[in-house]
Design a protein around this ligand. Structure first.
Ligand SMILES: [Zn+2]
Length: 287
């Protein structure tokens, strides 16, 4: 049931915009990057991206406005066909089908592969909203604590969204061991496509090596000398395990977009908090 969701302290921006805005402002002033709920424009399919589309390094002209449309039967045929080619093809076809424009550019494969993962996740979420509406329903959700099955529904606005404070924050510094540091960029669609293309035959460690080798820009040694290392899998393999973990953790912590791992509710029957994991498959249960 919808009211199984723990909604204490949640103020709807539609019924009480002042309180919601004040809550968001309070969160922001505490330095928290996660604010909820996001206010969505209901019908038009227009909204703001949490990371922003940047052409080259032109951060000053980042574009946040984007538009999606409802998927139709022709899209469904293309998407279900693409699914046979793997999850990467499925996601890229979904995005290409439902995205109308970002900023003043029409959606194209080149544009979509340049977007941050968090912006792509936001496009998927908005395509879902335009196609199926706001509510995700599980007819029989099983509580991991007490095992009771019940009907669960979550609205898309209950998913917290993290925004990038500054478009330039997509490149950042990570402290490594022994006085070294790395310059790293947030992954974009092209990185996701590359990793998902090998997901069936590469181990998780190998996928991490691929991601690090693509997103690591340079490493500054303890003596101050800097070496460009982009696209060098051998360098990514030679990094210590802790340094690799720090880089991957930083990427995870800084990526803007819907925070699917932060959705939780309290199960009334057992009183315990249940974390909810929502995937692209849950968003598009019909495909
Ligand atoms: Zn329970």
């Amino acid at each position: 049931m919808a009211n199984d969701l723990h909604t204490e302290g949640f103020s709807s921006p539609l019924s009480n915009p002042g309180q919601a805005n004040a809550a968001i402002a309070a969160l922001l002033s505490q330095g928290a990057e996660v604010a909820k709920p996001e206010i969505a424009v209901p019908a038009g399919g227009q909204f703001r991206l949490p990371g922003g589309f940047v052409s080259g390094n032109d951060f000053a002209n980042a574009r946040y406005d984007a538009e999606v449309r409802e998927l139709n039967g022709g899209d469904e045929e293309a998407i279900t066909k693409a699914r046979n080619g793997g999850i990467g093809k499925f996601i890229s076809t979904l995005l290409a089908s439902g995205t109308v424009s970002v900023g003043d550019q029409k959606a194209s494969p080149a544009l979509l592969s340049n977007l941050l993962l968090g912006d792509r996740d936001t496009l998927l979420l908005e395509i879902r909203r335009a196609t199926y509406g706001d509510e995700i329903v599980w007819d029989r959700y099983s509580c991991p604590h007490c095992g009771e099955e019940f009907r669960l529904s979550v609205t898309l606005d209950e998913i917290p969204v993290r925004r990038l404070a500054d478009p330039a924050d997509r490149v950042f510094e990570v402290e490594l061991r022994r006085g070294r540091k790395a310059y790293v960029r947030l992954p974009i669609g092209a990185d996701q496509d590359a990793v998902l293309a090998v997901v069936d035959r590469a181990t998780e460690s190998e996928q991490n090596t691929l991601l690090i080798s693509r997103c690591l820009i340079s490493v500054v040694e303890a003596d101050g000398s800097e070496n460009a290392v982009t696209g060098n899998p051998d360098f990514a393999r030679a990094l210590g395990l802790l340094d690799r973990k720090r880089i991957l953790d930083a990427i995870e912590e800084k990526q803007p977009g819907p925070q699917y791992n932060d959705v939780k509710f309290t199960h009334d029957s057992c009183g315990k908090e249940v974390p909810l994991f929502i995937s692209a498959g849950d968003l598009f249960q019909g495909l």
